[in-house]
Write a protein that binds this ligand. Sequence first.
Ligand code: NAD
Length: 438
Amino acid sequence: MKIAVIGVGYVGLVSGVCFSDFGHHVVCVDKDPKKIETLEQGELPIYEPGLDVLLAKNTAAGRLSFTTKLPEALDGADAVFIAVGTPTRRGDGHADLSYVLAAATEVAQTLKHYSVIIIKSTVPVGTNQQVEDTVRSAAPDLDFDVASNPEFLREGSAIDDFMKPDRVIVGAESERASKVMADIYRPLYLRDYSILTTDRESAEMIKYAANAFLAIKITFINEIAALCERVGADVKEVSRGIGLDGRIGNKFLHAGPGYGGSCFPKDTSALARIGQENAQPVRLVEAAIQVNEDIKRRMIEKLLDLCDGSFSGKAVTVLGVTFKPNTDDMRAAPSLTIIPALLGNGAKVRVVDPHGYREGLELLPGVEWYDDVYKAASEADLVVVLTEWNEFRALDLSRLALGMATAKMADLRNVYSAEEAQEAGFVAYSSVGRRNLV
Ligand code: NAD
């Protein structure tokens, strides 16, 4: 099969590379010439574990190429994936569909033969129909179908998620489109997974409902964590205890500094707007958004307590700035709320992150970047574990404490424990939803 992928972001690039690894011929197109140039040189514009190997393998095999020219990508394509961004629209919280609709119009103006236009971007219910109407009015004689195929990969484990998905969701309205979709995903059939073919509106809703459910789950445990701190319970024990119940499951029950990232904040916001616009507010989702904001604020108060009520003149070392480990993505990362609050109130902030520098340099002006945790914490007043990269999970706490001006730690990912911290010489240790040392 010949596949075109529009957008080489986290989703488009992983999808394109993985489709080529299935054996399809893939051309990825992006408007950003810098990203395409980087890819043409065999390098990656993003950090995603394992992607470099598959990129090299499939470009060498002649199955994968990159261009800024849409006609090149669409030439002979059986399927065209639109994987452009759908960020929050300024002002009203709705998903901004301008990139999707612009891409659809460009496809309509370029495509000359039957193809299935597949919306991989996360889009509100009705968008596939809107894309179909847009293409039809721009190219009334074009033979095409529009299908929905939302993506569920997680940054940091994107290749595994793509190659071994729990399920593939397809929303299609014609046999012909369903057949093309089945052919694209056929190489996965040997694995034990489900392909659910449904109508386009349900496919669109499945993506938002899945993300909202996960955002609510993580927010639930974060709120329980806040209560645990008040009543003297340990949220790690509580998570384990409730997660053993098969109806609840043990995933997404790790308390932390509130959800961030490129999907949950914008998708919960878009779903809330869809509810309001349809006179059916999704109040649980609205509450999760609010509670998540409160949780982030609570984290800043936690740090303030550790700094005896003032950040002024304090040296704070932050470990991890990306929204989660194994990605360089910083969209809506908790660090973007916490670090400006520290800097704005007079703290000197040093940061360490294995892959956060490229994005973070611009997003976090005023911080000092370090490669080495111990150097970054030398003479510091507080260390904050903000992203649980492997590099920060097995620190020599005694060495860390010894080098600090005042050995205090805010462990916002519950990597360590109050006992360990105390033994290592920390005079204060605060985590999320557990016993603290203060
Ligand atoms: P991204 O911002 O990383 O990438 C989007 C890319 O599209 C950019 O490189 C941009 O230059 C390109 N682009 C925009 N308009 C274009 C056009 N007309 N022609 C060619 N290229 C164009 O976005 P992302 O994180 O990959 O997300 C894409 C979609 O997938 C979003 O709807 C998102 O919600 C959804 N999604 C993302 C994830 C994730 O983990 N990032 C997971 C599942 C679903």
